[in-house]
Design a protein around this ligand. Sequence first.
Ligand code: IDP
Ligand code: CA
Length: 465
Amino acid sequence: MRRYSALPGGRPETLADRVHRYRGVLLVILAPLALVSLVLLLMPRSPAAGRRWGRVDSTVGPKKYAVIFDAGSSGSRVHVFCFDANLDLVHIGDDIELFVQKKPGLSAYANDPQDAAKSIVSLLEDAKRVVPAELRDQTPVRVGATAGLRALGTEKSEQILQAVRDLLREKSSFKNQPDWVTVLDGTQEGAYEWVTINYLLGKLGKTFADTVGVVDLGGGSVQMAYAIAENDAGKAPKPSEGEDSYVKKLFLKGTTYYLYVHSYLHYGLLAARAEILKAGNSKGYSYCTLEGHQGQYKYGGDTFEASASSSGASYSKCRANAVKALKVDEACTHMKCSFGGIWNGGGGAGQKNLFVASFFFDRAAEAGFVNPNAAVAKVKPSDFEKAAKRACKLNVRDAQAAYPDVRKGNIPYICMDLVYQYTLLVDGFGVGSNQEMTLVKKVPYSNAFVEAAWPLGSAIEVASS
Ligand SMILES: O=c1[nH]cnc2c1ncn2[C@@H]1O[C@H](COP(=O)(O)OP(=O)(O)O)[C@@H](O)[C@H]1O
Ligand SMILES: [Ca+2]
């Protein structure tokens, strides 16, 4: 039986009666509490709310995801990044980025745009899995195609890009926009790569002289990018007709940078093979392919005779072919040129410390002078020269035994590739043969490793806009 205390009229006292009787006491207790809650609710949720020792606690504030597809000439890759409010990368599960790759690249489906688009469906699924469902429609997906589609020409590449746009619109839950699926121009690609490396090394926000220069040797093109002084940027030559301008102005972490950047189409490692074969093989054979090799080299829809001379490869003759292919002696109308009549940017502090990515790392690892499992390695151009001299002496069979990590199709070209890499650095970019530089595959960041590739630079642009 419920017991009630009695009121003067004999009626038992209810809860409402008690509240009424003690309303004064309750008001004194509850009013300050309500006031404190109101103030807490209205306080702005600035990033500083979670600040500890000058950094933002990444568990506080909104997280932004970005999905970037790198449609490279030799493969397609997807990267997913997650940034905190401070634009620092935060972990996605156990890793700091999602990175998945697939071969071949979109340009291998030149005549079938639908198949090209289908080739990236599994990568899209991989990306979807790591982005929380409630954030997908706010998460931008961008696709940047590089040298492979550049070399296909506008009509074919546009058909492929359109099929990719349709796929993203119909099959992805990410935020997509037609102009986010494009062929990147080479200077944009080089600039993004520079941002990636300098961001991961913690250089952004420092003076231009504290940043590092970046070389990215892809399959189709090679990029050089480094920051220069403002007054040197003012003196940059005007690019020739149809060329991108030599200097890009970037504003990052409160600092303005003048970035010298140039992309050399046809001078990526795989494209350069074609240039070297064209430059050297007037007699129907090449001094760059290994003894015993008979066959042709196919690149970008063209076929080149690539059979070896009966005496096999010759380091010095191959080197002469590579110098010729680079057009080192082409007329230079600027103060100083790299090769092919292109301004070299003038050098300076931003180029002293060079980070060299992509195929440089791969071939160095395959040739055995860099640990294939390392993220970075210090080398000199002369290491490529030494490795080339050794490789050029071998025949195809012995090379297969000497370089077990080199894919069969690349074996005949191992001398040519190493000669080209040495020649590109020393004769092309004017790097001293004994100058130390850093080969980079991944960059250590926050107890993890991030791919040393342009997509992070693009994601930073997306996340900070
Ligand atoms: O995300 C990446 N991580 C590591 N290496 C990469 C990445 N993307 C490209 N590469 C390197 O670049 C080489 C091929 O370049 P790619 O296919 O991107 O040609 P492109 O840049 O001329 O279009 C690959 O063999 C690989 O070494
Ligand atoms: Ca690339």
